[in-house]
Design a protein around this ligand. Structure first.
Ligand SMILES: NC(=O)c1ccc[n+]([C@@H]2O[C@H](COP(=O)([O-])OP(=O)(O)OC[C@H]3O[C@@H](n4cnc5c(N)ncnc54)[C@H](OP(=O)(O)O)[C@@H]3O)[C@@H](O)[C@H]2O)c1
Length: 344
């Protein structure tokens, strides 16, 4: 008799029960604000310090997202020198990730770097090597994996519920405002769909299996020379293939599916924090569904902060959910896709 297909329940403890950390925010922009909201609402941790290129901006962030003891600085370096900071959160545009991560590591701070870890695999490897040499914790902020939905997805894969996975599809396209002055369109800031949005579908594929090679990538560039829209096909080490779509100019369903010999798992919109999982039998019938409420950074980043606190409590220097070697491998896949898009 075949066992009935069913989704496992999330096994994550309440984020509020994780140890309290003092976070040092580097770059008080949009995602940092979501992080600050989520930290206050969902965890026992706090914004210990915030750094900006402008003291006015860091002061305003500290007042809005910190507490009476949160310190505001007019530089990022000052945050890294503050003893109240246990872990630095690098939330500047991608082009600044490597340098700030290395500065945090040199200062002896643990560091969480917004996605993508760096502009390319060489930079990502530099961060990994420096963190290992210094013995500090470092992680790419691939928060999807730390959410309850990510926990269930991992259990589905670890328990082999889908049988042999044959194919994966994941897409993240969003019709963003065309703004040649924004970081998304600026080559100097690491603009383009791939590094900003495409990293999510590439990370979904990498969760199933390490990539072996990129078979195909084609798309179009913006007038500023960054990638605007692309489709890529990846051959994975386990023999499966993954098709990836990403765009900053066209909206896509922002979903994923993982098709195996014993079942198919569908990840509902939005791809960065799927609000629903649907498990189907090989015949296509719905075997189980599960809904999730953490579908935005403001309601989800607290899970990531709690995960980091629990890793540190256990003395870990890497996250088992987002290990540095996997971030480097994801960066390598993106390098390959980027090279093909440039040479099209
Ligand atoms: N996890 C997620 O869901 C998610 C969502 C959005 C973005 N992100 C990631 O977070 C990072 C920041 O994105 P964001 O949308 O928050 O960007 P943003 O709103 O533009 O904020 C970035 C901040 O970085 C600082 N900064 C330092 N150098 C800069 C430069 N040369 N140009 C512009 N700003 C600079 C700025 O603060 P000061 O000038 O005040 O220092 C700015 O407030 C990106 O790497 C992105 O991939 C993650």
């Amino acid at each position: 008799m075949t066992a009935q297909l069913a989704l496992p329940h999330p096994t994550l403890p309440d984020p509020r029960t994780a140890p309290a950390l003092g976070w040092g925010i580097l770059g008080p922009g949009w995602i940092a604000a979501q992080f600050g909201l989520s930290l206050a609402a969902m965890t026992s941790s706090r914004v210990a310090a915030v750094g900006s290129r402008s003291l006015e901006r860091s002061g305003s962030f500290a007042r809005q997202y910190g507490d009476a003891g949160s310190r505001a600085y007019g530089s990022y370096a000052a945050v890294l020198a503050d003893p109240a900071v246990d872990v630095a959160y690098v939330a500047v545009p991608h082009s600044g990730h490597r340098d700030l991560a290395l500065q945090a590591i040199t200062a002896g701070k643990h560091v969480v770097v917004e996605k993508p870890l760096a502009l390319d695999a060489v930079q990502a490897q530099e961060i990994a090597a420096a963190a290992r040499a210094a013995g500090v914790f470092a992680m790419e902020a691939m928060w999807t994996r730390m959410l309850p939905v990510g926990n269930v997805l991992r259990q589905v894969l670890e328990h082999d519920l889908l049988g042999q996975v044959l194919s994966i599809h994941a897409d993240f396209g969003s019709a963003m405002e065309v703004d040649h002055g924004s970081r998304l369109y600026d080559p100097a800031l690491g603009g383009g769909a791939l590094l900003d949005l495409g990293v999510y579908p590439v990370a979904v594929a990498a969760l199933v299996s390490p990539a072996d090679r990129v078979l195909h990538a084609s798309g179009r560039l913006t007038g500023t020379g960054v990638d605007a829209t692309f489709t890529a096909v990846i051959a994975n080490a386990d023999g499966s293939t993954a098709s990836i779509f990403s765009s900053i100019e066209a909206a896509s369903p922002q979903r994923a599916w993982i098709a195996g010999t014993r079942g198919t798992l569908e990840l509902g919109h939005p791809l960065y924090a799927p609000s629903r999982l649907v498990l189907r039998t090989p015949e296509g019938a719905v075997a189980d569904t599960m809904d999730f409420t953490e579908d935005s950074p403001a309601t989800g980043l607290g899970w990531e902060a709690a995960h980091v606190a629990r890793c540190l409590e256990r003395g870990l220097t890497e996250s088992p959910l987002m290990p540095l070697d996997e971030s480097v491998a994801i960066a390598r896949t993106m390098d390959d896709i980027a090279a093909r898009l440039r040479d099209r």
